[in-house]
Design a binder for this molecule. Structure first.
Ligand SMILES: [Zn+2]
Length: 244
C-alpha cells in the first residue's frame, strides 16, 4: 500500500505556491506514474506583493500564471483557480459547494490538503488561509461529496456523487504516511522556481532537500514528504490501484 499511486488526485490549497512548497514532490511523482492530478487553488494570492505600485489585479494575474506554469512542470492535468481573495479566506458553505462540485466532477481517489488545526509550524505561525482551505477541503470530501441529496442540482450537468478513497493531510502531527520523493525532488524545485514573484532569484533547492531528508530519515528513506492519511472509503480490491 505504501507504493500506492492514485488514478486521480486533487490538491486543494489556499495560495499559488502552497503546493510547490509542501507537496509538489508527491504530486510530480504521482503524475509521472500516470496519476491525473487536478490542482485547485482557492485564492489568487492577490495580496502577495510588497512591490510599490503593484495592484491586487496585477499580482493576482501574475500569480495565476506562475501557478499554471508550476502545475505544468509537475505534470498536473488540470489547474483550477477559484478566484477568492487572498488574506480573508473562510471555510464557508459557498466554498464547500464549489469544492464538492469539483470533487464530483473530477472524481479523485485521493484529496491532498492542509491541516485546519495547524496554528503553528515549528517556530512559525501558520497562515489563516491555510487553515481555512484545509477545513473547506475536508468538509467537502466528507460527507458532502458522496451525499446524493446534497446539491442534487449538479446531476443536471451530469455531475454525480463521488466517494473519495483517501485524504492526505499535510501536517506536523500524527504522521502516518510517507511518500518517497527521491525521484521527484528536482522537479519540485523546478516547479517552485516558477513562483518568481514570491521567491525572486533565491535558491530554495537546498532548503527543500534538507526538509525532505529530515522527514525521510524518520522512516529510512533518502527524501520524503509526510502526511496524516485517512481512509475515507477503502479501495475495492485490485481496482483503482496501481503500484509504483
Ligand atoms: Zn500559502
Amino acid at each position: 500500500m505504501n507504493n500506492y499511486i492514485p488514478e486521480r488526485a486533487m490538491f486543494i490549497f489556499a495560495h499559488p505556491d502552497d503546493i510547490e512548497f509542501s507537496v509538489a514532490g508527491t504530486a510530480a511523482k504521482w503524475a509521472s506514474h500516470g496519476c491525473e492530478n487536478t490542482y485547485v487553488v482557492i485564492t489568487d494570492g492577490n495580496v502577495g506583493s510588497h512591490e510599490p505600485g503593484m495592484t491586487r489585479e496585477q499580482i493576482g494575474q501574475i500569480r495565476r500564471q506562475e501557478q499554471a506554469a508550476a502545475a505544468k512542470v509537475a505534470g498536473a492535468a488540470n489547474c483550477i483557480f477559484l478566484g477568492f481573495d487572498d488574506g480573508s479566506l473562510e471555510p464557508t458553505l459557498t466554498l464547500r459547494k464549489k469544492l464538492v462540485k469539483l470533487i464530483r466532477k473530477h472524481k479523485p481517489n485521493a484529496v491532498v490538503c492542509g491541516d485546519p488545526n495547524m496554528f503553528f509550524r515549528g517556530e512559525r505561525l501558520n497562515h489563516p488561509d491555510h487553515r481555512a482551505a484545509g477545513r473547506a477541503a475536508l468538509d467537502a470530501v466528507f460527507p458532502a461529496s458522496e451525499m446524493r441529496l446534497l446539491y442534487p442540482e449538479f446531476e443536471a450537468e451530469g455531475i454525480t456523487p463521488h466517494k473519495v478513497n483517501f485524504v492526505y493531510v499535510v501536517t506536523d502531527e500524527n504522521l502516518n504516511h510517507y511518500e518517497d520523493v527521491s525521484e521527484s525532488l528536482d522537479t519540485k524545485w523546478l516547479a517552485l522556481k516558477a513562483h518568481k514573484s514570491q521567491i525572486g532569484d533565491k535558491d530554495y533547492s537546498d532548503r527543500l532537500r534538507d526538509r525532505a531528508a529530515t522527514i525521510g530519515k524518520q522512516v529510512g528513506l533518502a527524501y520524503a514528504e509526510a502526511f496524516r492519511r485517512f481512509t475515507v472509503t477503502p479501495l475495492p480490491q485490485q481496482n483503482g490501484e496501481k503500484s509504483a
